[in-house]
Design a protein around this ligand. Sequence first.
Ligand SMILES: NC(=O)c1ccc[n+]([C@@H]2O[C@H](COP(=O)([O-])OP(=O)(O)OC[C@H]3O[C@@H](n4cnc5c(N)ncnc54)[C@H](O)[C@@H]3O)[C@@H](O)[C@H]2O)c1
Length: 333
Amino acid sequence: MTIRVGILGLGMMGKFHHDTYAKVKGARVEAICEVDPKKRQGIIGHGFGEINVSKLRVYSQAEALFADPALDMIDVCLPTYLHAKYTVAALKAGKHVVCEKPMARTSAEAKTMIEAAKKSGKQLFVAQCIRFWPSYAKARELVMSGKYGKVLTARFCRMSGLPAWSWENWLHDPAKSGRAALDLHIHDVDFVQYLFGKPKSVLSCAGGLKKGCLDHIITSYEFGKDQLVSAEGAWEYASAYPFAMTFSICMEEATLDMTRDTKLYLYPLRGKAAEVKVPAGDGYFHELSHFVQCVRSNRGSDVVSPESAMNSVKILEAEVESARLSKPVSVRC
Ligand SMILES: NC(=O)c1ccc[n+]([C@@H]2O[C@H](COP(=O)([O-])OP(=O)(O)OC[C@H]3O[C@@H](n4cnc5c(N)ncnc54)[C@H](O)[C@@H]3O)[C@@H](O)[C@H]2O)c1
């Protein structure tokens, strides 16, 4: 069975997903929907290239995409503040939905998406791609194996310049994107939750607070254990600064590290350091392959449930509150 996909929003991420589905077994993009006439012709702009739309059904209104009877699944690659509205509508129209991260602008909106999925009986997947990123997934597998003892400290970082490509500059508007805290740092918030579970509380500090922008956030996560877990995300760096995602996880018997380059290394307490081999492909390929297989076998995802994606937004909301109050904030999820 081939899952027939319609992509809603063909900006940077819609283009990435479009290209990725071509490599994913059991799925085919059959339709796209875009409000921008140039993008409807396949011209994405901002250096993201072009796609051939000649064999696709092309829509300018989401309602028409959702009404296309030949589609099984809608892939929502819209600006974050539109995720909830259009995901709920797609589910109501009887489609399975993949929604880009962060799940929604607020956890309250995310809740409406979960309720809509339950009512519709259709699958809802949130594209928290770092859970599927080979080096991160492998690091988690090694930590969970217990082979190297308990985690003593873990540190996750994600830095970039200010994104310059977004439609109507929505990424620059804190009310629409949540700026670096929600748009960028959520990747590490989500991975921290995936690796360690829900924190009891968070302690954050942030840059850009006075402008309401949260363009640099540093958080320490409290799990009630003798462990230091932190994550830092920023996008106020110069535009020439190359995007970087890094982490190091120090365990009793070894340290895992992806800070020197994009490769994962294991440094045992005794013995030689070694590169850890990871599966080929990026997180987008592995997450979409996984979601497509879930739909084909009519099951939810055991890697990223909608509830856990909503909880990542809740944890982030606690971080924002902590940064504003300059004190630890309990996480309520
Ligand atoms: N997983 C990742 O690594 C990753 C990376 C970048 C962005 N994202 C997420 O993907 C989402 C999209 O981000 P982006 O960078 O692609 O933004 P973007 O601005 O490049 O793309 C959004 C697209 O949606 C279109 N659009 C807006 N309203 C529409 C509507 N009602 N109907 C149809 N089309 C509409 C716009 O014209 C634009 O092309 C965001 O939630 C973002 O956080 C995820």
